[in-house]
Write a protein that binds this ligand. Sequence first.
Ligand code: UD1
Length: 431
Amino acid sequence: MDRIAIIGGARLEGEIPISGAKNSAIKLMVASLLTEEPLRLTNMPRLADTRFLGKLLARLGTEVTETEGPDGPETRLTTREIVSGFAPYDLVRQMRASFNVLGPLLARTGQAKVSLPGGCAIGARPVDLHLKSLEALGARIDLHEGYVYAQAPRGLKGAVIDFPINSVGATEHAILAAVLADGDTVLQNAAAEPELADLADCLNAMGAKVSGAGTRTVEIRGVSRLSGGTHAVIPDRIETGTYAMAAAIAGGEVRLTRTRSDFIQALIDKMVEAGVDVTAHNDGLTVKRNGARLNAVEVTTDPYPGFATDLQAQFMALMTLADGESVFRETIFENRFMHVPELGRLGADITVHGGEARVRGVQSLEGAQVMATDLRASVSLVIAGLAARGETVVNRVYHLDRGFERLEEKLGACGAQVRRLKGDPGEAEVE
Ligand code: UD1
């Protein structure tokens, strides 16, 4: 397994182009199951997760072709026919979002058998709201031996679905299923993350009638078929925020391009409060810090437009070197402080009680061997490593490869000393 080694202390100067959003791209790929015509997605990130989903879709009948277009990586997906409505445990377990093939399979063929995703490292993460939405749309759902057996022999019917909490995955799943339903669907208390609006834009380009996505109320007028289309994936707001914090902890000046600052406004507000200089521009933002110490600030994660849970670990890394005590309240996932002991190995002073972490800023961090536990936790260790004295080695970087494209190249281009070590410690290095 690969590792990432970082020698801390280098200031970052330069430009980082942001890739297409992973969390959008994987739902857009799934949307291709809804039509027999080709769907062309541009500004695609090339990640372990998109490759992985491509394999699952290929089993279901999608022809997936990756090309280099005039504006970067593209993926073309064509599902002339669904050849299998079966998504096995081994595939769904590895990437939870692949569970969202259930709705489109049901909408297009009237039946599907999809494995329950199971727990994951950051908490229980149930799918009850996904299943309730599909039932509200008229599907018959049976659970046997870890599998969801879904049937809608006479097709799905429009419905009013009132979500008790804002769930990104369940809202997306309901939209993906309702676009081909008979009649109108209204989603109340929907998740409003930018990826929802992106999904709706793509589906509308394919002939769907979705309005209000990106707000708490989404209306879908069912259509009898969708066509193909072309759609550009929105920029990755989590990658944007992560590199903003990399620049802030290392010091220097970094321009993040091909992205949108408004997607991370809650983070920018906190960074400015902490003393980082952030300037928005029409192609992204510039992050600057002159070396002065930052102030501790309080952060509570919330659904969009609140502070993203996917940026919490990185912001905590930044706060390990701030003056004073900062408080982090995690309200989305119950087990999202797994980076805390690893940051502790670098010298951070953090205590956790339930859903709250208190970070007392230290004078300096010191490089060490650390372990990645999930996607966002692992990149927080890279961020801390940029400011730590000496060498930090992050093990199990396959977590990072799921969501960050060419991380060492992007940071390296700004002067960071980051390199990838191939193979396990103890294994022969094949660098
Ligand atoms: C998505 C993102 C993930 C991000 C999260 C919250 C993708 C691939 N992943 O995950 O990076 O951290 O949004 O912004 O887009 N819940 C239920 N029942 C359900 C579904 C969810 O109780 O059926 C709960 C979850 O346990 C969690 C909360 O709802 O506490 C929000 O989860 P959700 O928004 O669904 O997250 P994901 O879509 O899984």
